[in-house]
Design a protein around this ligand. Structure first.
Ligand code: MTE
Length: 357
C-alpha cells in the first residue's frame, strides 16, 4: 500500500497524503483511504454467495446470479469516515482508543454494481414497507467487549430503496480490491462510510436498526459532556447522513510561503442527497469571506474539489474554509462546539496556519 500513510498496521488503516488527495476528482484506487475494523477476509469468488433474510422470499445469490438477474448501474460517490478530521478534535481534548485520522479519511470513486432496491424487490419487499431497516453484515470478524463478531450496520428502508444505494462489485472500472471489499460491498452514498459494508455476507430486513456493535454502540454521536464513564450507549444519535464539510488541502497547515498570489485548493462535501452550494475562505477570522471556484459536477453524493487565488502579505495568517450546502446548512465555527468523546463528525471551520515571508 505504498502511497498511503498508515494509521494502524493491524488491522490495516491508512489514508493518502492530503495534498495528493485534493489533486483529482476521482481518487485512484491505490490512494483511496482504507478503514478496517478486522482482518481482510479471503473470499473465493467462484463459491461466494450472500443471503437476503427477513423478506418474503429468502435469497442466496452468487456474483453470477447478481450479474445475470439485475441491470448494472454506475454511481459516483464519495465515502467519508465519521472519524475524518479526528486529529483536530484530539488536539483540543484527548480521545483515547480511537484512530487519529487527519483530513484524508475521505475519497471519491465510481462504483459499479446493481441497485440494492432491485435485489430487495426480487426478495418480495414492497415499496411501501416503510417502517423497516435493512441490516448488512460483512465476512470480516472483529473483537470488542470480549466478543468476536462480524462487522455490520443498517440503513432505513427509505434510503435502501433509493436507486443510488448499490451492491458494488467494481470500483473505478476494475473489480473491487481485497481492501475495499472484494468481491461485493454495499455503497450508501451520502451516509457515513461505516454503512457501506464491505465483503458482504448477509442482508437482513428487520423492524429495528441493526443490533451490531458498530450500529448500536459505536458510530453514535454523543453530547460534549458525555464521557466513557457516564455514557448511556442508547442515548447517542445513530449516525447516518454526513454533514456539510470543507477542507483546505494545499497549502498545508504550517506551510511557509513567499508573499504574493497563492493557489488554495481543497474539497467540500454535503451529506444525504444535498449538494455543495458554495465554499468560502476567510483570512480575518470570518469577518470577511472570498468565494472559491467549485470544480466537478453539481450533483449529490459527490465531493467538489475547489480552488481560489489569494494575495498574501508577509506575516502570520490563519486561513479558514467553510462550505454551505443546498439546504443552506453551514459549518460550526469552533472545534469546542463539535467535540465528542468518540471523535466523530468534525465539521468545524477548517483552519490552516501560514507563514508568509
Ligand atoms: N465493512 C466491513 N465489513 N468492515 C469494516 O471494517 N469499515 C467501514 C466501511 N465498511 C468496514 C466496512 C468504515 S468505518 C468505512 S469509513 C468504510 O468501510 C471505508 O471503506 P474503504 O476502506 O473502502 O475506504
Amino acid at each position: 500500500m505504498g502511497p498511503l500513510i498508515v494509521r494502524h498496521d493491524d488491522p490495516f488503516n491508512a489514508g493518502p497524503p492530503l495534498d495528493v488527495l485534493c489533486q483529482s476528482d476521482i481518487t485512484p484506487t491505490e490512494l483511496f483511504f482504507v478503514r478496517n475494523h478486522g482482518d481482510v477476509p479471503q473470499i473465493v469468488p467462484d463459491t461466494y454467495r450472500f443471503t437476503i433474510e427477513g423478506a418474503p422470499r429468502a435469497l442466496s445469490l452468487s456474483l453470477a446470479d447478481l450479474r445475470r438477474q439485475f441491470t448494472p448501474v454506475t454511481v459516483a460517490a464519495t465515502l467519508q469516515c465519521a472519524g475524518n478530521r479526528r486529529q483536530e478534535l484530539m488536539a483540543y481534548q484527548p480521545i483515547p482508543g480511537e484512530l487519529g485520522w487527519d483530513e484524508a479519511a475521505i475519497s471519491h470513486a465510481t462504483w459499479r454494481g446493481v441497485c440494492l432496491r432491485d435485489v430487495l424487490l426480487a426478495a418480495g419487499i414492497e415499496q411501501d414497507d416503510r417502517a423497516w431497516h435493512v441490516a448488512f453484515e460483512g465476512f470480516d470478524q472483529t473483537e470488542r467487549l470480549n466478543c468476536t463478531f462480524n462487522f455490520g450496520g443498517s440503513i432505513p428502508i427509505e434510503k435502501a430503496l433509493n436507486p443510488e444505494v448499490i451492491l458494488a462489485y467494481e470500483m473505478n472500472d476494475a473489480p473491487l480490491t481485497a481492501q475495499h471489499g472484494f468481491p461485493l460491498r454495499v455503497v450508501v452514498p451520502g451516509y457515513i462510510g461505516a454503512r457501506s459494508v464491505k465483503w458482504l455476507k448477509r442482508i437482513v430486513v428487520q423492524a429495528v436498526p441493526s443490533a451490531n456493535y458498530f450500529q448500536a454502540q459505536a458510530y453514535r454521536l454523543f453530547a460534549p459532556q458525555v464521557t466513557p464513564d457516564n455514557v448511556d450507549w442508547n442515548s447517542g444519535l445513530m449516525l447516518g447522513e454526513m454533514s456539510v464539510n470543507a477542507v483546505i488541502g494545499t497549502p498545508a497547515n504550517g506551510a511557509e510561503l513567499p508573499a504574493g498570489s497563492i493557489e488554495v485548493r481543497g474539497y467540500a462535501i454535503a451529506g444525504g442527497d444535498r449538494r455543495v452550494a458554495r465554499v468560502d475562505l476567510s483570512l480575518d477570522e470570518g469577518r470577511s469571506w472570498i468565494t472559491a471556484d467549485l470544480g466537478g459536477d453539481d450533483q449529490p453524493w459527490t465531493w467538489r474539489l475547489w480552488s481560489a487565488r489569494l494575495n498574501l502579505a508577509p506575516g502570520e495568517h490563519t486561513l479558514i474554509a467553510r462550505a454551505i450546502d443546498s439546504a443552506a446548512n453551514t459549518q460550526p465555527e469552533a472545534i469546542s462546539s463539535v467535540w465528542n468523546f468518540k471523535g466523530y463528525m468534525n465539521n468545524a471551520w477548517h483552519r490552516v496556519q501560514l507563514t508568509v515571508c
